[in-house]
Ligand binder design. Structure first.
Ligand code: PLP
Length: 339
């Protein structure tokens, strides 16, 4: 799509085709080569490709922002590179190097710079994908791998910006078991959430809260975002157990709560009953940024937080985080990369 055909005033979190994509291949020697930019287009793939048959693949999600001074910045992209590399190992794929990952990401942002909305309208969502593109009939790692990066201008993930969302706890579905692949961004982790999420949306909820698969007692995550509960000056989030994705926003929020707001920070198991007792609750991720949770439906009852408003500490954390991410505040932590 041409940039002048895009309605930047009404961007949603949906796909808009841009100018180019980045493609790199990894052959039988399992060595990644630097990729190249090509026009955005459909790809050719064998019906016997490992990604299509066995889901051998992962993705990343990151954003490039246009600051008020018209600079283009990204937030902690090397953390996405590290998470993708860990994911490759878990999924029996050759480990992507930080250099090649970041070359793909920065090349795509530079080449599609005209698609980046102004800060108040949204961001350029950058989507690296790594998958088994070689053929294979038996269940085994692929003979060839592809690393691609594409992008799309996006607006907010949850409609309504920083306004409290309604969530529902599911007792019917789990996202990821312990010792599975929940701790990496495997493509196969996301399809199990589509059915519960669409049921929840039909019932008027923005997303689902998942409980742990073993005891169905502890909070895991909110769809594609990490969960947080605030009790006075204490911030609690579920401990990374292997089934929860180690969110980069999660890590940043924990750091800021401790170091900027002087909060006590706890990473531990948190029961749903304990969470329902919190002063404020929110979820956080690249797409969701920080989304205040206004109510949680659990066991046929609705539990409300912050009297339907955005909690004070949630707003403070949002302002601090987005100040750094959008480039309006000084980045004291070396989190921002200029592109
Ligand atoms: C399952 C899941 N949890 C949490 C997150 C948040 O992670 P991050 O803050 O790195 O975007 C995401 C999104 O990437 C996700 O897919």
């Amino acid at each position: 799509m041409k940039t002048n055909e895009i309605d930047y005033d009404n961007l949603t979190f949906s796909f808009t085709e841009t100018k180019s994509m980045y493609v790199s291949k990894c052959n039988i020697n399992r060595a990644w080569k630097k990729g190249e930019l090509v026009p955005f287009k459909n790809i050719n793939i064998s019906p016997a490709a490992t990604i299509l048959n066995y889901g051998q693949g992962l993705f990343e999600g990151m954003k490039a922002y246009r600051t008020k001074n018209d600079e283009i910045i990204m937030f902690r992209p090397e953390e996405n590179a590290r998470r993708a590399a860990n994911g490759c190992l878990r999924l029996s794929m050759p480990k992507i190097s930080e250099d090649i990952f970041l070359d793909g990401v920065t090349s795509i942002v530079k080449d599609n710079v005209n698609y980046i909305p102004s800060t108040d309208k949204g961001a350029l969502y950058v989507r690296p994908i790594i998958f088994g593109s070689g053929e294979g009939l038996g269940v085994a790692p692929s003979s060839e791998y592809t690393f691609m990066v594409y992008c799309s201008p996006v607006g907010p993930y949850f409609k309504g910006g920083l306004s409290p969302i309604k969530l529902i706890v599911t007792n019917d579905y789990h996202r990821a078991p312990l010792k599975g692949t929940g701790g990496v961004k495997a493509v196969g982790n996301y399809v199990p959430g589509m059915l519960p999420s669409s049921i929840a949306k039909k019932e008027g909820y923005a997303e689902v809260i998942y409980l742990d698969a073993a005891e169905e007692k502890y909070i895991e995550e909110v769809g594609a975002a990490n969960f947080f509960a605030i009790y006075g000056k204490k911030l609690v989030t579920p401990k990374l157990s292997g089934s929860i994705l180690p969110g980069i926003t999660r890590d940043s929020v924990l750091f800021l709560a401790k170091n900027k707001l002087g909060m006590e920070v706890e990473e531990r198991k948190i029961t749903i009953d304990e969470a329902l007792d919190a002063d404020e609750v929110f979820c956080a991720g690249t797409a969701a940024i920080i989304s205040p949770i206004g109510s949680i439906h659990y066991n046929k009852k609705e539990y409300n937080f912050s009297e339907g408003n955005v909690g004070e500490t949630t707003r403070e954390l949002y302002d601090i985080l987005t100040g750094i991410q959008f480039g309006s505040d000084t980045d004291k932590y070396g989190w921002v990369t200029k592109i």
